[in-house]
Ligand binder design. Structure first.
Ligand SMILES: Cc1ncc(COP(=O)(O)O)c(C=O)c1O
Length: 307
């Protein structure tokens, strides 16, 4: 714990020490995974001495929508939670890039499955965070043997804590077999997404990505890149993608809050674009990195300044 001991954590409206940010063993979310969460990034602009939180409103809005899937409710509004998140970053006076993790979940009580008698608790923690995947060199990926959970089974769109076991199994398999990341197929064997990222392919200069009804998480980065691609005059088509389209694609990249824009340079040991980062991936990636650090005025509305 030592390295983070100085950091304050927000728990149910109170700022507590990192080492005191604990939950009880009967917490329903610990026993059964019954909570929803978000992953948000803050980018520090050294020249301007400013922290920019990326798409804060969209993340908080998604969190509150997803609460409905688990019949969770909170006395706080989405705007109030967003304000508390900003306050948390200010209080900790972070001067480097951070990752922010809010979660709303069923708290302690009895061991029954019905959580309706449990309190609904929430926390937000933030910590310094650099790269999640290698966005510079690109990564290797495999099509893993685990299939993505379905909307009628455990909705991936919900960002539900317990649902992430599916992603963890996929990631563990990829790492155990020497790959950086896993690509999951849907139960019907179409391309779905990475363990913690949405996926785009480039074929004949068209960008392809699976639609929101294909058991993906409705990624905020995905939506941002669709907007950005449009602005850069690239056509994006949302459609089912067959597995073998991955191997013959001109370019493949993963995207997400953590992964940002990560080129995939090989899949199952086969090189994509001869193992080099493709031009459309590079164009989107370079633009994205400028935007998130507050160096593109046109996209200033994506960012919430903290200081
Ligand atoms: C399974 C999964 N897909 C996609 C994403 C990307 O979503 P976002 O861009 O909203 O971070 C994430 C989270 O980062 C994820 O966990």
């Amino acid at each position: 714990m030592g390295e983070f001991s100085h950091i304050k954590v927000l728990m149910n409206g109170r700022f507590v020490d990192w080492d005191d940010a604990n939950v009880h063993v009967t917490t329903h979310a610990l026993l059964y995974g019954t909570g929803v969460f978000e992953g948000i990034r803050g980018y520090y602009n050294e020249a301007r001495k400013q922290m920019f939180i990326l798409k804060l409103k969209d993340h908080v809005k998604r969190l509150f929508k997803n609460m409905r899937l688990l019949r969770l409710s909170l006395s706080l509004t989405a705007d109030e939670l967003a304000k508390e998140i900003i306050e948390l970053i200010r209080l900790n006076d972070f001067r480097e890039d951070v990752y922010i993790r809010p979660a709303i979940y069923f708290g302690p009580g009895s061991v029954g499955l019905d959580p309706s008698s449990h309190d609904i608790d929430y926390f937000v923690f933030a910590m310094p965070f650099g790269k999640y995947l290698d966005t510079e060199k690109g990564i290797s990926a495999c099509v893993c043997s685990w299939r993505r959970i379905t909307d009628n089974m455990l909705p991936p769109r919900g960002k539900i804590i317990g649902a992430y076991v599916n992603s963890v199994l996929a990631k563990q398999e990829a790492i155990a077999n020497g790959y950086d990341e896993a690509i999951l197929l849907t139960k019907d064997d179409f391309v779905c997404e990475g363990s913690g990222e949405n996926i785009f392919l480039v074929r004949n200069e068209l960008l392809l990505t699976p639609p929101v009804y294909a058991d993906i998480l409705e990624g905020i980065t995905r939506a941002s890149l669709i907007e950005l691609a449009g602005d850069l005059k690239h056509e994006v088509i949302e459609r089912q993608i067959g597995r073998t389209e991955l191997y013959i694609a001109d370019e493949v990249f993963l995207c997400g809050t953590g992964a940002e824009v990560t080129p995939v340079v090989s899949i199952d040991g086969q090189l994509i674009n001869d193992g080099k980062i493709g031009p459309i991936t590079k164009e989107l990636k370079d633009k994205y990195f400028k935007i998130v650090r507050g160096n593109e005025n046109r996209y200033a509305s994506w960012l919430t300044p903290v200081y």
